[in-house]
Ligand binder design. Structure first.
Ligand code: PMP
Length: 362
């Protein structure tokens, strides 16, 4: 007889990543997981390979070399950083450390799917605040939060919508939340954003001890396969997270490759430039086909399809897959009429637009 897990665990739907291949199609373009179109830093690859000769050693449990490298590049104090296996892990650690069963957690309507998992793993209640124009509505989040909320998760910018809210709005949110609420600013895509009124939240986290910012190596650094992320917050928050993380949660090659990647400003700059060019291209070209594209500051676009038979998001998804273009259906986010398409290499972006043109013209 199967042994019963803790209450609520079997209600959790495991996270389903975007598809990785298109059955029967050679050379598919994978535009489903917001990975970096340019790959990753060659310096990171070299550091990873060099680390292979030390695989019999445990890594430094505190990842101090990596934290020092991050601190240097970001101009922050290494004691305010905790590293994890992807920013996913930092989000999980926050749930483990701060949520009691029955606690309230608030997110914005189309928030990143992992927030739901984190809440459910702790038997907490997740409340979603309605969005306006596919963007976080700070007033709705404040109204949803009330006095009894333990954590508010805001991805800024957000996946899968690609939209952001200004630093002023984030600060207004923080000011309106009770002092007993932890504000988690998930800044996974922050390096792609080039808006004057935007901030990653790092400045706010430096000022206050009730804010943590989560960051990742999966996007601008192109190291999604390495599983590396970090959090920046007060010493008190970092101390708490250090108590609940695994003793050697970040592996040795990841520490080395991450330290090399964050110092490779040239690769980061090229990635941001490539993205700026092609996210605009996708938006204009797809918009030109009569489809609504939510303005994005990220490395993907959210494309909305009509409900007309033969032209739905599901039809488009199937058509693109048949043509070797793998994109992400976002029905699990409550967006059944949209597809999320990651910026790819030039040839893949053009191929995507050509295929969508053909699909819409049918
Ligand atoms: N936050 C957001 C908003 C994301 O889109 C992602 C990745 N899809 C993550 C966090 C997690 O990234 P990782 O665990 O790879 O660092």
């Amino acid at each position: 007889m199967a042994i019963e897990p803790r209450a609520g665990i079997l209600d959790i739907q495991p996270y389903k990543p975007g598809a990785a291949d298109a059955p029967g199609v050679a050379n598919p373009a994978k535009l489903s997981s917001n990975e970096n179109a340019l790959g990753c830093s060659l310096k990171a690859v070299k550091a990873f390979e060099t680390a292979a000769s030390r695989l019999h050693r445990y890594p430094d449990g505190g990842a101090s070399r990596l934290r020092d490298a991050i601190a240097r590049e970001e101009g922050i104090d290494a004691d305010h950083i905790v590293c994890g296996t992807g920013s996913d892990e930092i989000l999980q650690l926050l749930g483990r450390a701060y949520l009691n069963p029955g606690d309230k957690v608030v997110q914005s309507q189309y928030g990143f799917l992992v927030y739901r998992l984190v809440a459910m793993q702790s038997c907490a209640r997740l409340v979603s605040a309605p969005e306006r124009g596919y963007t976080t509505d700070v007033d709705a989040v404040i109204a949803a939060a009330g006095d009894d909320t333990r954590i508010v998760f805001i991805a800024n910018p957000n996946n899968p919508t690609g939209t952001y809210i200004s630093d002023a709005e984030i600060r207004r949110l923080r000011d309106a939340l009770p002092p007993t609420t932890l504000l988690v600013i998930d800044a996974a895509y922050t390096e792609f954003v080039d808006a004057e009124d935007y901030d990653s939240g790092m400045a706010l986290a430096r000022e206050r001890d009730d804010v943590i910012v989560t960051r990742t190596f999966s996007k601008i650094h192109g190291l999604a396969g390495l599983r590396l992320g970090w959090g920046y917050g007060s010493k008190a928050i970092i101390d708490v997270l250090n108590r609940v993380r695994g003793p050697f949660n970040v592996n040795l090659p990841a520490i080395e490759a991450g330290a090399a990647a964050i110092a490779d400003r040239d690769f980061m700059q090229r990635s941001a430039q490539h993205n700026a060019t092609w996210v605009d291209f996708l938006r204009q070209q797809i918009g030109g086909l009569g489809l609504e594209v939510t303005p994005s500051v990220c490395n993907f676009v959210l494309v909305h399809f009509p409900q007309t038979a033969g032209k739905t998001a599901a039809d488009a998804d199937a058509f693109l897959t048949r043509n070797g273009l793998i994109v992400r259906g976002v029905a699990p986010y409550g967006l059944p009429d949209a597809l999320r398409i990651t910026v790819g290499k030039e040839a893949d972006n053009r191929r995507l637009v050509d295929a969508l043109t053909e699909f819409m013209g049918q």
